[in-house]
Design a protein around this ligand. Sequence first.
Ligand SMILES: [Zn+2]
Length: 119
Amino acid sequence: MLLGYGQRSGFPAEIVLEICLLVTPIDLLKLYYTCRYFKTFLGQRPWVWRRARQRFLPPIPDPVLPPDPTANWSEVAYISLIFGGGKCSICHVPVQTLPNSFAMKERRCKRLACITRWK
Ligand SMILES: [Zn+2]
């Protein structure tokens, strides 16, 4: 049994789950990185992420996966790729923009030199 935030705060895990089903994937990602309890709680429930993707406007489609995806792929990794931010592939400055290429996992900052450069 998973003990943690639910018991300490007085909220049953079912109530925490109901709240998680109503928030956006961005909120889930922030909650996921909040503490170990939520990392475990949300990491064990990929269907919560899937539902959040489907409820998002516009809905975030299912990823195109190879027939045998690597063990590193997960719903959390997919949402983190989209909304988690990262570094510009050219100048390595932290950016919060959406990836320019999901296949290449590439982001670009808004500097003209980075946008126009072919990598
Ligand atoms: Zn850049």
